[in-house]
Design a protein around this ligand. Structure first.
Ligand SMILES: [Zn+2]
Length: 120
């Protein structure tokens, strides 16, 4: 696959749909938190080496900070809630959001790696 802007856009769309970055047909997950080892359609190996998805943890952490940190200050400025309330709300969001975003962080990491290294 040649990497053009169109292909990169397609890969990222597949990533949002939790599909294989190469064929965009095979699912990444067989259950909520359980991944296939290979793509059921094109046999792309998902976990290329042990610890491969540590980069997904960085994506998940970054997305959580990107959501919670500005969210705290924006709600503090706009709604002017008490400190303890705002702190508790965004604390709960920072605990729940990574669980929700877990699958997407793995999918984005896999797509990011596929864009940079499509032939491995
Ligand atoms: Zn595939």
């Amino acid at each position: 696959m040649r990497l053009t802007l169109r292909n990169i856009k397609k890969i990222l769309q597949c990533s949002i749909g939790l599909k294989c970055p190469r064929c965009c047909k095979g699912s990444l997950f067989k259950k909520r938190f359980s991944m296939f080892s290979h793509c059921p359609e094109c046999e792309l190996k998902y976990e290329r080496e042990q610890g491969y998805f540590i980069g997904a943890m960085y994506i998940n952490y970054g997305a959580t900070v990107f959501l919670v940190f500005p969210g705290y200050f924006v709600t503090d400025l706009i709604i002017n809630t008490p400190f303890w309330f705002n702190f508790c709300v965004w604390g709960v969001v920072s605990a729940i959001f990574p669980v929700f975003f877990y699958r997407y962080s793995k999918s984005f990491w896999l797509s990011f790696d596929f864009i940079l290294n499509p032939n491995s």
